[in-house]
Design a protein around this ligand. Structure first.
Ligand code: A2H
Length: 256
């Protein structure tokens, strides 16, 4: 990290308005009338969107509702909105327009559409180490291929009451096989976490090891086993899937 700009894909996860229960979110959505509202999740791995099981936010982070054009509102941190505004994602270049503000805590339990996922909709869940100064503050969760996502969703399934979530927001959302790898099979994060005996999302040292192993294996030796580019290498499929998402209006590309 730190060398040159990082190119992120912002995945547009539309809020399913008629499923919203949180009163604060409900009243904000009512004030936005006919606009579509998207949580925008920043990922370096757009080809893994087939395996999304949920989305993460930081409970204590502050999220803005940013007017992108007459029809669309993005939900992300102010820092990300400023970045995006300079890259053409704002009505007036460089000038983000804030329509409302909400805490991550009030986003938890929101049902959102998950582009490309086998699951019709997924839920917003809490993650402790969402960094305020990276991406959009919204992180898509792919437990099959991300050790962080796997250990966190496993813990949320085990202890929903401890985390203050409804069990149904994650209980039936199992990891989906999306990438075949030579040494970790088709659930590389699950295999690596088991091999390294990672017991908790707080086991940072081992998790960093697992992340490195899984990332190298998946990205450089992996093959897609799902979707339009099934059979292609992950490295070849990545830009094609990113473009497919952008063309469908389901993603944006931005750098920081
Ligand atoms: B990646 P880098 Cl399957 N705080 O997406 C913490 N983590 C964040 C974040 C934030 N504010 N914003 C994005 N991220 C995560 C998918 C994925 C990712 C897979 C495998 C590896 C992986 C699904 N989660 O990243 O520090 C996002 O998770 C491994 C590096 O900028 C994003 O891509 O390199 C990645 O971290 C960006 O991390």
């Amino acid at each position: 990290e730190g060398v040159g700009p990082q190119e992120y894909t912002g995945i547009k996860m539309e809020v399913i308005t008629n499923k919203v229960e949180n009163p604060k979110l409900k009243s904000i959505l009512a004030s936005l009338k006919n606009k579509k509202v998207f949580l925008v999740a920043a990922t370096l791995r757009p080809e893994t969107m087939y395996g999304q099981t949920n989305t993460f936010v930081g409970r204590d982070l502050e999220y803005g509702f940013w007017e992108i054009n007459d029809k669309e509102v993005f939900v992300c941190t102010e820092r990300a909105a400023r970045n995006m505004a300079f890259q053409g994602f704002a009505k007036t270049k460089g000038k983000p327009v804030r329509l409302a503000t909400i805490s991550g805590n009030d986003l938890i339990g929101t049902a959102v559409k998950a582009p490309l996922s086998a699951y019709d909709h997924v839920y917003v869940l809490p993650l402790e180490h969402v960094l305020a100064n990276k991406g959009t503050g919204v992180v898509t969760s792919v437990p099959s291929d991300s050790p962080d996502d796997y250990t966190m969703t496993r813990d949320l399934k085990k202890k929903p009451e401890f985390y203050g979530i409804k069990a149904e927001w994650i209980a039936k959302y199992d990891p989906i096989a999306i990438i075949q790898t030579p040494s970790f099979g088709n659930m590389s994060a699950v295999k690596a976490c088991d091999d390294l005996k990672i017991a908790s999302p707080k086991d940072r040292v081992q998790l960093d090891k697992a992340k490195e192993l899984v990332y190298k294996e998946g990205f450089y030796s992996g093959t897609m086993v799902i979707g339009a580019y099934k059979g292609k290498s992950v490295a070849d499929a990545k830009p094609l899937i990113r473009q497919q998402l952008v063309d469908a209006g389901l993603a944006i590309v931005y750098s920081e």
